[in-house]
Design a protein around this ligand. Structure first.
Ligand code: ADP
Length: 529
């Protein structure tokens, strides 16, 4: 084993020039080379590519890398070709190639030098290519951006759904799936769809201790942002807006206020887009005002703030977008402006979508609202969303959010939690948060009627508290692991072992909560300085 280890380190040095592996790279590569299926969950910048590039370079045959981003594929291939003394070890196969180019790629692969073949999913599943792939000696399959398989991820691609079927037809070799999206729901979806529930899972923490998270009510937002940027003079930052129109308007407003800002969105002329992006990267512009089109594959280490003029559609996107701050480990302020009316607009927009998309969209929005309104540690909330437990007192970066700097008073809600747990137990763990709250405050709805919950003794037991109070209890009890959110139904609340201990009177600690913040935007914004 140690000889093998020394050998892998040697190969790492030889091909990549690095002296040590990052995180769990070495373990992952060893297991893949042993023929195991592997699932890697690692935040952006964690070093995922090397986990399949190095084993591909040192294995017999060709590794097939499925990647959805045609624009980034070329960069990856150039980078790999630059690593090896023999040029042409990596190739691309996607719809951007014409017939002659495709034939050339096939010829090159047949010649046997190709170690990595990057394919777009739609090319891999093409019947015409199937025979060709079958004849190849394939070392393993790598599925990059594996979250594209899941409708719960932030970039669902239907072609990804067919990958398992086609891979099985081509060869019986190991599969390594990689993603930077780690919500338990997406993870579950990926493993099931790729038929790799037995895969070895390698997960790294998604915590970014140097980022400071803050949410402000969206009042006088233009003025507030100008004030914020002026306080961070000459520092690099990104302001995300939902619409192209807002991007244009707001970048102009910043310019009028003497801030060196440029717009970026997919509707701009390609040349302007590239120029603006380059100016930002080269420090000729301090601020880029952008839609979510900006950021993919951008690696500027010293972005000091990421402001969300509008709230994003999911916590996943929020994490990805704010993740562009503080890559160098230095300061990174993540400020989001929240107005419940914006959420209503997003809900209306979802109402026009097909049912399943709408349902998922609403659930994701629900989490976003939870994050915006919470009084808990925002870091704890985000990490919980990624299936990670975080100690809000001792965890790395525990003091780095507005709720930690400006804590709300805590109340002892142990008795109320006990009642809620009993209710969930008595009703056989069948209901989602919304319906449980209706039962607690005694408000009829279709679900309470169909289960005749009005006739039970617990209907309306919590009338004395506001709906928001009970919502807070359910949310914080979930994040604090008294309740579990069912993965299949996403939303039905079940009792965790810790919750059962509480019911049985074996849990001796108090359940303390801070009431969630209420955003009454009719009042003027409290000074956030
Ligand atoms: P991801 O795909 O997880 O976002 P990348 O594969 O792009 O991450 O890697 C992020 C950066 O880390 C790249 O610049 C890469 O060269 C670097 N990197 C990867 N592995 C190592 C290593 N073992 N030592 C030093 N740098 C590494």
């Amino acid at each position: 084993m140690s000889a093998k280890k020394a050998n892998l380190s040697g190969e790492l040095k030889k091909y990549f020039g690095f002296s040590t592996f990052k995180g769990q790279q070495e373990l992952i590569i060893e297991e893949l080379l042993q023929g195991k299926d592997i699932f890697v969950l690692m935040p952006t910048g964690g070093g995922k590519s090397l986990c399949y590039q190095l084993p591909a370079l040192i294995s017999e045959g060709t590794a097939i890398v499925v990647s959805p981003l045609i624009a980034l594929m070329k960069n990856q291939v150039d980078a790999v070709n630059g690593l090896s003394s023999e040029n042409g070890v990596a190739h691309v196969l996607n719809s951007s190639l014409n017939k002659t180019q495709t034939k050339q790629v096939f010829d090159d692969i047949r010649s046997g030098k190709t170690k990595l073949l990057y394919v777009a999913p739609e090319s891999l599943i093409k019947e015409d290519y199937l025979e060709f792939f079958k004849e190849l000696k394939i070392s393993f399959f790598a599925i990059d951006e594996a979250h594209c398989i899941s409708e719960w991820g932030h970039d669902f691609r239907p072609e990804y759904r067919n990958l398992k079927f086609i891979i099985d037809k081509i060869a019986d070799v190991p599969v390594i799936a990689l993603t930077a999206t780690a919500t338990p729901k997406v993870q579950d979806d990926i493993q099931k769809t790729l038929g790799m529930t037995n895969a070895l899972v390698f997960k790294e923490s998604f915590n970014r201790p140097n980022l400071y998270y803050e949410v402000c009510p969206k009042v006088n937002v233009d003025k507030e942002i100008v004030k914020f940027i002026n306080k961070h003079k000459c520092k690099s930052g990104i302001v995300y807006c939902l619409s192209r129109r807002k991007v244009e308007e707001f970048s102009q407003l910043l310019q009028v206020n003497g801030i060196n800002a440029l717009p970026y969105h997919a509707g701009l002329d390609q040349k302007v887009r590239v120029t603006n992006q380059d100016k930002f990267l080269m420090e000729e512009a301090d601020v880029i005002v952008a839609t979510i089109a900006f950021g993919m594959g951008i690696d500027k280490p010293d972005v000091r703030f990421v402001i969300h003029y509008d709230f994003p559609k999911s916590l996943e996107s929020y994490y990805q977008e704010t993740g562009r701050a503080g890559r160098d480990g230095g300061e990174g302020h993540c400020l989001a402006f929240y107005d419940p009316k914006d959420i209503e607009k997003l809900e209306k927009f979802l109402a026009q979508k097909p049912v399943s998309e709408r349902e998922i969209g609403l659930q994701l929005l629900n989490e976003v609202v939870g994050y915006a309104e919470t009084s808990m540690s925002r870091r704890q909330y985000i990490l919980y969303y990624f299936g990670e437990t975080f100690d809000p007192i001792t965890g790395a970066g525990a003091n780095m959010c507005d709720n930690a700097s400006n804590p709300q008073k805590l109340t002892d809600a142990t008795k109320d939690l006990e009642k809620v747990l009993e209710l969930i137990n008595e009703t056989k763990e069948k209901f989602k948060s919304k319906d449980l709250i209706s039962v607690i405050v005694g408000k009829e709805n279709a679900v309470t009627k169909s289960y005749k919950l009005e006739q039970t003794s617990f209907f309306g037991f919590g009338k004395h508290g506001k709906e928001n109070y009970w919502k807070t209890i359910l949310r914080q009890a979930t994040v604090q692991n008294f309740l579990l959110k069912d993965i299949e139904t996403y939303g039905v609340l079940k009792i965790s072992p810790k919750g059962h201990q509480m019911i049985e009177g074996k849990f001796k600690e108090k359940f303390l909560i801070a009431e969630d913040r209420e955003f009454d935007l009719s009042q003027t914004k409290a000074d956030s300085d």
